[in-house]
Design a protein around this ligand. Structure first.
Ligand code: SF4
Ligand code: SF4
Length: 365
């Protein structure tokens, strides 16, 4: 499964779901958005994760199950088990890893547990490379590719002129003869990166900064199972970790199945409005006296607007809003939402129209 196949569904509601398997990680990168480290021990219960993924069978399964952390490969047997269950329901499985085992003697033994994964996304950046040498990483990547697992490189840097990024991109393209795609993004001031990086600095290749008032939230498309098993609407780090208003919670994996998540995402009036017109417009319309406090902060405070649910309900049910919601739900198919210019073309490297659909049941859908 090629990187571009994954990204083209990223903004389509319910076509994917993220599971945060563990906050634990063998590494301790300075920029880590999840504050992961070797002694972290927060994880959803394995039994409940299995039960949740099994529930894909009872509904329309997401196309992509995205396993993340921390380091999901700290739990390789669980990764393998969840992958088999997801495959049975028709989903495909992507796992992101910092490849900690590349520097461990016999680390490649771990590959036996993850042969069934459809795509391994490898995090490499200046912070990872302080802990694992590039040679060890690339040696392991060759072994992974020999197993037939598709891979991509996920990296972050400080804008288009970042010398580290330029060097890495050149190195990857040469080493893998233009067969391994790269996803290049900016460092964001979240998690540990907050200590050394500010919002202002993150400008050059940050996600869209469209300032128009009507801007539906594209990041609300794939629900996230957080480290305590709570299911939330989006991958905003503060929603996952600390600051969860009720209207952005979809349930908990101990008692919420995929069908119930789908129902809430598609039917809840506040979520529909966030997806269609975005939090700034909602706030301006239903609480015009409030000052805008930023896109996500406005979203997180929507439930404090008096009578918001009652007021939004008749409005969201008007024919015009229904058409807009349906339009938004289908509009993002095949569209890459990330504004990662000038690195955009790197996501298509190695895309071979004759092979990307191997084992690919998406073709018919
Ligand atoms: S490898 Fe990933 S999860 Fe682990 S510390 Fe680094 S950024 Fe965080
Ligand atoms: S907090 Fe709201 S606006 Fe921000 S990503 Fe999440 S759902 Fe979207």
């Amino acid at each position: 499964m090629h990187l571009k196949e994954i990204l083209k569904y990223r903004a389509v509601p319910l076509e994917g779901v993220y599971l945060c398997l563990t906050r634990k990680c063998a590494l301790s990168c300075e920029h880590c958005s999840t504050y992961s480290h070797p002694l972290a021990n927060e994880s959803p219960r394995s039994k409940e994760l299995v039960q949740f993924v099994e529930s894909f069978n009872e509904s329309i399964a997401p196309k992509i199950l995205f396993l993340t952390g921390g380091e999901p490969l700290m739990l390789p047997k669980l990764v393998s088990k969840l992958t088999d269950i997801a495959h049975f329901a028709g989903s495909r499985v992507v796992c992101i890893t910092g490849l900690f085992f590349a520097s461990i003697e016999n680390g490649s033994k771990l590959l036996n547990e993850i042969k069934n994964i459809d795509h391994l996304m490898i995090s490499i950046d200046i912070f990872h490379e302080k802990q694992i040498g590039r040679n060890a990483i690339f040696k392991m990547l060759h072994k992974i590719r020999k197993l037939g697992i598709d891979i991509s490189i996920s990296t972050v840097g400080f804008g288009k002129d970042d010398l580290y990024l330029k060097d890495l991109i050149k190195y990857v393209r040469t080493e893998f003869e233009d067969q391994v795609p790269l996803f290049v993004n900016s460092i964001n001031p979240v998690g540990r990166a907050k200590s050394f990086y500010s919002d202002i600095q993150s400008g050059p290749i940050a996600l869209s900064s469209n300032e128009s008032e009507i801007e539906g939230c594209k990041m609300m498309a794939w629900p996230v199972v957080a480290f305590d098993g709570t299911i939330v609407t989006c991958c905003n780090e503060s929603v996952i970790d600390e600051d969860r208003p009720d209207h952005l919670i979809l349930g908990h994996i101990r008692d919420t199945n995929w069908e119930a998540v789908r129902k809430k995402v598609t039917e809840d009036v506040i979520l529909k409005a966030i997806r269609s017109v975005g939090p700034k417009y909602i706030s301006r319309r239903f609480a015009p006296e409030r000052a805008c406090n930023g896109y996500c902060n406005t979203c997180k405070s929507l439930d404090t607007i008096q009578g918001i649910r009652q007021n939004i309900t008749p409005w969201i049910q008007t024919p015009g809003m229904k058409i807009l919601d349906d339009y938004i739900s289908s509009y993002y198919y095949d569209k890459i939402i990330f504004n990662i210019s000038p690195f955009s073309e790197l996501i298509s490297i190695g895309l071979d129209v004759n092979t990307i659909h191997k084992n690919d049941n998406l073709k018919e859908e």
